[in-house]
Design a protein around this ligand. Sequence first.
Ligand SMILES: [Cu+2]
Length: 238
Amino acid sequence: MSIKLSIVFLVTIFIGSLTILHADGAITGNIKFEGKAPTMKKIKMGADPICSAKHLDAPTTEWLLLGENGELMNVFVYIKEGVTGNFPTPSEPVVIDQDGCLYKPHVIGVQVGQSIDILNSDGTLHNIHAKPKINREFNKAQPKFKKKLTVSFNKVEIMIPLKCDVHPWMGAWIGVLDHPFFAVTGENGSFTISGLEAGTYTVEAWHERLGKQTATVTIKADESASTDFIFTPPKRKK
Ligand SMILES: [Cu+2]
């Protein structure tokens, strides 16, 4: 092939790929907590001195973490309905560390079949116990010398609790989806789910104690729309 022809060929491919370029719509929003926030209790880690030695001050329980103005952290936001098509399983693993006998991060999302690397940065024994309802339960000891365990889930499930049988205060949550359209709110309580085609979607915001809420959002091609959520105190104290 001559150089000219090659260039024409490449340009054609480039233009062709632009027309099938993946969708660029997005759904964004802010999530807040309104009402009197319960105080998070300090965790007593004394049973395992290796855990407590990693903290200058005892850390608090993590089921309600708020920003300065009530921004709600650790909400799993995902597209519940409206996604079509097949999405390849990412080859990159999602990582959860066990650091100071806490799971970091506290809430994650993965795709079906995607690896989750569970690290042990603590130099103590952890025991990872996943308690799904749809996927297969597992219960794996992770001795201090075992720095990494890799697991995955093969069915969609919202949400799977992860516990440590050695340290009862340890808990994390995993959302498993067959598409990549999810986010977890950080300290600013905001989320962005991008790469969406034009369409109408059901968005669900899930919080471990405050329940879940849904919203219907319509986006046009390559545009973004926003939807906010407000959560209020749990009805019963657990
Ligand atoms: Cu543990």
